[in-house]
Design a protein around this ligand. Sequence first.
Ligand code: GTP
Length: 598
Amino acid sequence: VPVSRIRNFSIIAHIDHGKSTLADRLLQETGTVADRDMKDQFLDSMELERERGITIKLQAARMSYRAADGQDYVLNLIDTPGHVDFSYEVSRSLAACEGALLVVDASQGVEAQTLANVYLALEHDLEIIPVLNKIDLPGAEPDRVIQEIEEVVGLDCSNAIFASAKTGVGVPEILAAIVQQVPPPADTVQDPLRALIFDSYYDLYRGVVVYFRVMDGSLRKGDRVKLMASGKEYELDELGVLSPTQVQVEELHAGEVGYFAAAIKAVTDARVGDTITQVKQPAAEPLPGYVEAKPMVFCGMFPTDADQFPDLRDALERLKLNDAALQFEPETSSAMGFGFRCGFLGLLHMEIVQERLEREYDLDLIITAPSVIYRVTTIKGEVVMIDNPSALPDPQQREKIEEPYVRVEMITPEEFVGTLMELGQSRRGEFRDMKYLTPGRTTLIYELPLAEVVTDFFDQMKSRSRGYASMEYQLIEYRENTLVKLDILINGDPVDSLAAIVHRDKAYYTGRALVSKLKELIPRHQFKIPLQAAIGTKVIASESIPALRKDVLAKCYGGDISRKRKLLEKQKAGKKRMKSVGRVDVPQEAFMAVLRLK
Ligand code: GTP
């Protein structure tokens, strides 16, 4: 097809507002996927995603569509992940499009994530088509939501489409609007090749499969191409389109979306955002906007059973083939033995990796509390980045410590403003702004240390607002603070994996709370276990876990039935994840205790 009949678009939506359902509808309506092949939510193909009902990896689909003018168009839908951890990937897939559907649940309204992505789309000059979804619901108020979109985003909604991805109402109108309103790609087929990578995944047989949009020029099967950021060269073994399953083609031109395979060994060699060009006739400049996604959140991962260390290493290496943002390096902890210090884009990314390690690789892990990267200037003037609290240089060696700050935007019904402001304050937040979006709905802006956000901020926000508030954050800068290292001693020994970096003003409180939480979480032993929190050599809080007494047990458990129960409980406890720290068995939850302080 000529470039004038190509449309490239993505869908912007808050979680659960119906993006996947609508994408499925578009595939069905255009006959791209026959009804009998239609698995629910074709685009979300990973099992984990399906279970959690969220889109993690983005993919693409090519549809053929005959418009009212009788012409056949090619519509490329580029999916975007719906979570803040992956906002760089969102920005790259938006950069591959000329337009976007803004899908908002008509019974809810604009949410923080939607806003963040709309701003990204506007930055890329995309044509935005507002879609009010779920109008079949009795609680739908499309007119109120339109007002909200106009107010907040400043977007003209006179062309908004009322739709239901569930019943199919409005779907033909959406397809027509994509053809009419989204501009065709620029016709730059004569220029040297530049193609933008917006996704890639590792395939055991073909190596990395790269998803890309041709921005300028063209490429053919067999061409030698160069990835401009990584500097590597490859020969295209396979070239194709996604309709939505992979179908091979000989050639792709400016404006088109496709995939290639070229025996690339790991996704780190073909990163999202990199530019593909021809070796023979290379482009002068890469496409703008490439950055290497950097981990922001770190934690330690240790096998409960030391024998599993090589398995853990193999599993991480395999996950890494498919996840350019995952980082890991060996870590030796005096308390925990051999493990890895791992870096992630954010908390969700961390949880996904943990879950896959446990589920797909059958590993039993002890995971330490998440930490951020601190920037420490030593008295000698050296700057070191510290991703592990136990590695913080001693106070005498430090000139200053800086920590990353984020700008958090929360959108909430008015009645929760008070409790959310309390939350912001209690997390060392600085209030920046508050605006009414529409009567009854408010946006709150805070600047907060990232360390306070990567703990349980999101859960707190959700529970305080009974699930109604949404949030979004963005890294802004490093700021200096008076931070100290809080050590935890169990049975007299400092446990490096429990060390935390906290603000001095909160150190006493945190130390006390942590020690009493540990007292709850660590089971009794045959001996008394002292627990202490210390800053340097100064103990700031202490507790102890009393020893088990045999006669107490004898009183509680007598007779056959209770003996059986005791046996059962013992078996259950055996399954609980424990790590022996010195002579003390410490359960997994204890290492996360710092996240669960009141
Ligand atoms: P993520 O993948 O988590 O980003 O969510 P999503 O935006 O893709 O939402 P999804 O399509 O999974 O829809 C969320 C829920 O809303 C599902 O239970 C859908 O069945 C339901 N849903 C989607 N569209 C409609 C609609 O038009 N009407 C009604 N009543 N329900 C809908």
